[in-house]
Write a protein that binds this ligand. Sequence first.
Ligand code: ARG
Length: 291
Amino acid sequence: MTSAATLRAPEPMGARRPTPRRYLMCRPDHFDVYYAINPWMDTTAPVDRALALAQWENLRATFERHGHTVDVIDGVPALPDMVFAANGGLVIGDRALSARFANPERAAEGPAYHDWLSAQRFARVSAARETNEGEGDFAIAHDKILAGTGFRSSRAAHEEVQEFFELPVISLELIDPRFYHLDTALMVLDDTIAYYPAAFSGESARLLAGMYPDAIIATEEDANVLGLNGVCDGYHVFLSEKAVALSEQLRARGYEPVGIELSELLKAGGSVKCCTLEQHSVRTAVRPSTD
Ligand code: ARG
């Protein structure tokens, strides 16, 4: 008997397709670096806010030009890191969990993002009980969530997320302070991931190698420009234009890298993904089985 699967025409090689996404971003109207909570932040180095705004506007326009929807939350004075919207929470389908920040400098961002999320269409919006820096440490990889710990989000937060979203959470330990959030060391692509193994404990790196034998392994050079802090829509990968080798690796796998310059925000330890909270539809999160 012939199964439906054998009758279906094979997908042409390299047939990756972008799907329209919905993002949340925060204009860097109040961006600055006057405290240091990660090794990238040097409070003596001047920040050009006008340039930060122009670079951010370019990222937003690039997303929109590629067919994505960008919601914008108002920044709050005295919250200079609020531009890093990825940290504000986690959204999958009709559920949203707002963040609880590890550092007091960012604590007030949690309620600000909570208020925004509460005003949207979601069926359930909760504030995290445990220390949880949103998509900074939680990467939605279709039917599961990869979660970082070691610097910011706690293991207890991983459990809370697993219960709240009813999706399996895989805990990964970060060990290098330059890569303090999972999204600085790992990026979810369409059918695999890209990551920098040295940012993880030996055990976590082995776990990733076992789960993703065909993953893209980033060079130290690309990790050091936060090249892994990118956003994939299924085909395009928006990432630092400085991540040259990674862009080539992506192209070789059938993705289209879109280089973005965010030099001012890098001074606070953030790049493309940090600025972008994806509001995952269930379709982009839990991909239906293809057989
Ligand atoms: N200065 C911010 C912090 O240290 C940068 C956050 C970057 N966001 C991210 N998703 N990695 O918290």
